[in-house]
Design a binder for this molecule. Structure first.
Ligand code: RTP
Ligand code: MG
Length: 148
């Protein structure tokens, strides 16, 4: 089963959008397998966005992503990497379709609420960067006594 890394950015946390973002993924049918609120260090943020380190916007991106707590999540499901990117919408919220997270909740490219891994390789790399194995719960372990 595929897994991806999703993160509510500091603007989303500050604007109380953790719950709507969670709801979007749950309503689609994906399973939350890990989550935590964290304050990223500069080093952690630079490692996460390493692919952009030569881009002119990199310093501002690092300053923004470390400006307050983020909500890091691991989601599991069939095709979750690409489907999550669809639910999130285009990078620039002005181009993101209504109904997507960025289309509904954001205006600025630099404050676009949520991050999602863009490939199998980045999902694996980012999940390892944010979570210990012991912090992730397999979806098949989430059946409680209530449903037995
Ligand atoms: P993310 O990694 O945060 O999920 O966003 P993304 O894949 O949609 O976009 P990406 O190209 O990976 O860029 C990472 C973040 O950098 C900011 N950005 N600014 N000023 C610019 O031209 C520019 N380009 C990208 C955005 O906030 C984007 O989410
Ligand atoms: Mg990206």
């Amino acid at each position: 089963m595929q897994r991806t890394f999703i993160m509510v950015k500091p603007d989303g946390v500050e604007r109380q959008l953790i719950a709507p973002v969670l709801a979007k993924f749950q309503q689609k049918g994906f399973t939350l397998v890990g989550a935590k609120l964290m304050q990223l260090s500069k080093e952690h943020a630079e490692a996460h966005y390493a692919e952009h380190k030569e881009r002119p916007f990199f310093p501002d991106l690092i300053e923004f992503i470390t400006s307050g707590p983020v909500f890091a999540m691991a989601w599991e499901g069939d095709g979750v990497i690409d489907e999550a990117r669809k639910l999130i919408g285009k990078t620039d919220p002005k181009e993101a379709a209504p109904g997507t997270i960025r289309g509904d909740f954001a205006i600025e490219k630099s404050k676009n609420i949520v991050h999602g891994s863009d490939s199998i390789e980045s999902a694996e790399r980012e999940l390892a960067l944010f979570f210990e194995q012991s912090e992730l719960v397999g979806a098949n372990k989430q059946t409680s006594v209530l449903s037995k």
